[in-house]
Structures are given as structure tokens and as C-alpha cells.
Design a protein around this ligand. Structure first.
Ligand SMILES: [Zn+2]
Length: 112
């Protein structure tokens, strides 16, 4: 990922990403999600490629907040399967080792 560029407006990008919307590329065309890699801090790193220029961009997905963790814990304690707090209903969290993670954003939201 060392040759990837940084995007100016990560906040806006994340919003679109969580919504599953198309992300416009600064070079025209769209950014295609190539992959998400979990970080050690519980967040994740994403890699995007422009559909026109093939330039690659990286973006950082912040780790779970206390509020998000609380929300997920609450659902787990109730014996239910939690959805991703950012992707919303329909995106189930999965157990990966000791953690409960979202496969789409790569973020760990708690312990299963
Ligand atoms: Zn997610």
C-alpha cells in the first residue's frame, strides 16, 4: 500500500462508503474498493482504485467508538446478532477470533 495516494476528504468518502454509495474519483470516474485490511488498533485501512486513471488511494477507517461498542455489547448481551453500527441493518457482524467484526468495514466492535 505504500504507493497509494491520500484522499483530501476522507470524512465524505467514509460517509459514502458506509452507505454503499458510489464514490467519485478526483480524476473522473469512480473509486472502486479493492480491499479492506484490519489495523491492529481495531480500525481498518482501505484501498481504492480509480476506474479511469487506475491511480490508487488509501483511506483509514477509524476504530469503533465507545458508543458503538456499547451499542453492540447491548445487542450481544440480549442474545441477538448485532448489525454493523455504521453500515446499518442488514450488515451482520461476524465473530473473528475474540472479536466481533464487520467484514465490510473491517472494524472490530467488541468481543464475542
Ligand atoms: Zn461495517
Amino acid at each position: 500500500m505504500t504507493d497509494a495516494l491520500q484522499l483530501d476528504n476522507e470524512k465524505q468518502l467514509l460517509k459514502l462508503y458506509y452507505a454503499g454509495a458510489q464514490i467519485e474519483s478526483p480524476n473522473g470516474g469512480f473509486l472502486i474498493v479493492l480491499g479492506i485490511r484490519p489495523n491492529e488498533d481495531g480500525g481498518a485501512a482501505g484501498l481504492l482504485e480509480c476506474s479511469v486513471s487506475s491511480l490508487r488511494y488509501r483511506f483509514t477507517i477509524p476504530k469503533a467508538t465507545r458508543t458503538e461498542r456499547k451499542k453492540v455489547k447491548h445487542v450481544l448481551d440480549a442474545g441477538d446478532d448485532p448489525d454493523c453500527p455504521r453500515h446499518g441493518p442488514g450488515t451482520r457482524l461476524v465473530r473473528a477470533g475474540k472479536n466481533v467484526v464487520c467484514n465490510t468495514c473491517g472494524v472490530a466492535y467488541g468481543r464475542g
